[in-house]
Structure formats: C-alpha cells, structure tokens
Design a protein. Structure first.
Length: 382
C-alpha cells in the first residue's frame, strides 16, 4: 500500500525487541504537517504521551513521527523522560530538521525497562536511509503481541487519500489502551478543523473498542495531513471515520487469544452518549465475551450489561438479537438454542439491542475471552 502524497516511511530492526523483529518505525512529511492527537486517560503516562500532549497544546505543526516497539519507556523516572527527548533529538538530527519539536515520539512494549538508547541511536539513521513510499514496513515495525499488521485506506473524490496504520491486541479498552493508530492524509485541511474532526472520529471509533478492560500508559491516535490535495471537509471527516472504524475493528479482531469479533449495535437510545455507553458495556462484559467464546446464546448477560450502563428506560420495550435471531422482546422468546449456538460459531458475532427510548444509535467492538488470553498475559515478561 502506497503512502499519500508528501509522506515517506520506514521500519527497521534496531535490536530493541529480543525477537530480532522490526522495532523502529519512522514517518516523515515533505513539509510541516497539520496534525491532531488523542491519547490515554490513564494517570500513569509514558514520556512520549506527555511530550506529544505538550506539543499539541502549542498548536504548532510537526514534520515527523518516530516509533519504537518492544519497550514502553514508561515508569523509568527522569531518565526515561530524557531518553524520550533524546529519541526525538536523534531523529530530528538524522532528518536535518531545524527543531527537535518537529518530531513526535511513540513507544510501546514492556513497562519499567530502560530504553536501550545506544540501539535506538544506531537504528534511527537506518530508518532514515530506508525511507520509502510503502506503508507495510512501518506497519510491521510498530507491532508487539499483534498477530497481523493493521492497515487500510480510502480515496476521496478529489484524489486525496486517507491511509491508516494501527497496532493493538491486549490492554484495549475505551478511552484508548495499548494501541497506536496513525492516520495519514494528503488532503488540505486547517489544523484547528482537523483537531475538531479527529476528536469526533476518535470518540466514535477507537473509544468504542475493547478487548480486556485495561487501559494502558502509552496509547495514542494521531492524524497527520500533508496538505497536497483539496478535499471537502465533510467527505474528509467521513473518510477519517471510516478508516478509524476499520482499524478499530481490526484491533478487536486481533485481540489477544481472540477467535471472534463481536460487533454490538444499540438502537433508539435517548441520546448518542447513552447508546454508545450501552454498546461499550456489552462489548466489554467478561460474561458476554465468555459466552460468545463458548457459543452460548445467553442473552441475559447482554441485557444485564445494557442495564449496567444505565441505558434502559423501559425493560418491557427492549429487544435483543443474537446473530439476527430475536431472543428477547420485552419478555423471553422461544428460539432454537442449538441452531443459534451453531450460528455463533463464526469469526463474526453480531449483538443488536433496541432500547425503544429515542432515536440515537451507538456501536462498539470487542472480542471473545479465551484461555489463550490468560496464557499470553501470564507469560508476557517471562
């Protein structure tokens, strides 16, 4: 997949990951870039998150983003803060950028381990030398426990493109989690307008995906715009939301130990916030996730999760559908449990809830909960 106009990217092996897999990624604009950031709400934050937030507050453009995988550089005290700054400085120097502030940083991996700066400094020039117009090397180099890279794209009517890259598999929950999402566009858009659009996009996509209920310390979603081609604002906003939604679903589908993508659709809530909260509650319920893994059409768990969100106005008006079969409509309905269980033996399970309380809809994505999830995380650092 080719990058949009005005971008080059690379992914190289710097020796940060013990596996020897690619672990240092770089994307560069040919001019200052409009950009927007969303990041973790966890009060424990890595220096890359804190630094990028400060850059966002300055309202200034940036021109590069450098990412390392295999080490979160989090909870390392002042040394971690300076290592993160050194990471940006090494990148700015290798790219001959005039300011270290032109570089955003991102780190992902194990918390509490010192970033191996000698390897990082040696790896940055390798990444600069490897810069090209393909997205795949970058997408591979940002992965941790992911099984597959996550990329998608869409073209706008005027020729502008939106290309998205993400990583994330565990510690995924609304308000972001151990996920990175980097979305690039060659559309012309004012920074203030891009930031307003991005806030709405993130709220409706990345903040509606959950794997295990844990938010992390390093996660962020960044959009960068090189400003080469004209685009209608509404079309650009729709394209950004479509790309972000595709990436969010890819993250849920690749959840640690997951075998099934769960899509939750909530209709006719009193307002969008209520409908989205209800969808998140169902997608994030460990009981619902376990039932899906066991192919058990236990609709009571769905109804309970909706009620837990505070969204139910009148239980007698609520209906629940699993894989297209209505199982509850103000009261329990008769259905073929064996046939529905068989229908749930699918890589995609859809849960639909009608609140019959208004005209607002919401959605969320999650995955089933398997024994492999426990195994992966029990052995994560050993």
């Amino acid at each position: 997949m080719r990058l949009p106009h005005g971008f080059r990217a690379a992914g190289v092996r710097a020796g940060i990951k013990p596996s020897g897999k690619p672990d240092l990624a770089l994307v560069v604009g040919d001019r200052p870039l409009a950009w927007a950031l969303a990041s973790t709400t966890n009060l424990v934050k890595a220096p890359c998150v804190t630094r990028n937030r400060a850059r966002a507050a300055s309202l200034q453009s940036v021109q590069a983003l450098v990412v390392n995988a295999g080490n979160a550089n989090c909870a390392n005290g002042d040394e971690g803060v300076w290592d993160n700054e050194d990471f940006a400085a090494a990148t700015a120097g290798a790219l001959s950028l005039p300011r270290v502030q032109d570089v955003l940083t991102a780190s992902t991996g194990v918390i509490g381990h010192k970033l191996p700066m000698e390897r990082v400094r040696e790896g940055v020039p390798l990444a600069v030398a490897a810069l090209g117009d393909e997205v795949e090397p970058f997408a591979e180099a940002i992965l941790t426990t992911d099984l597959v890279p996550k990329t998608t794209e869409v073209r706008l009517n005027g020729g502008a493109r939106v290309v998205g890259v993400a990583k994330g598999s565990g510690m995924i929950h609304p308000n972001l989690a151990t996920m990175f999402a980097f979305v690039l566009t060659d559309a012309i858009v004012e920074q203030a307008e891009l930031r307003a659009i991005w806030a709405r996009v993130v709220r409706r996509t990345f903040n509606q995906v959950t794997v295990d209920g844990d938010t992390s310390t390093n996660d962020m979603a960044i959009v960068l715009a090189s400003g080469h081609l004209h685009a209608h604002t509404e079309e650009l906003a729709g394209a950004l939301e479509w790309v972000a939604g595709e990436l969010a679903r890819a993250i849920a589908r690749d959840g640690e130990g997951a075998t099934t993508l769960i899509t939750v659709e909530v209709r006719r809530g009193r307002d969008e916030g209520e409908a989205m909260a209800a969808a998140r509650s169902v997608a994030g319920s460990s009981l619902v996730k376990a039932a899906v893994h066991g192919r058990d059409p236990n609709w009571g768990r769905v109804l309970s999760a909706v009620g837990q969100s505070g969204a139910v106005a009148d239980l007698s008006a609520v209906s629940v559908r699993l894989q297209g079969t209505t199982v509850y409509q103000g009261r329990p309905l008769e259905f073929d449990a064996a046939a529905l269980s068989q229908a749930m033996r699918s890589p995609d399970v859809r849960i639909e809830v009608d609140l019959a309380a208004g005209d607002a809809d919401g959605h969320a994505w999650g995955c089933d909960l398997s024994a492999d999830y426990v195994k992966i995380n029990a052995l994560y650092t050993t």
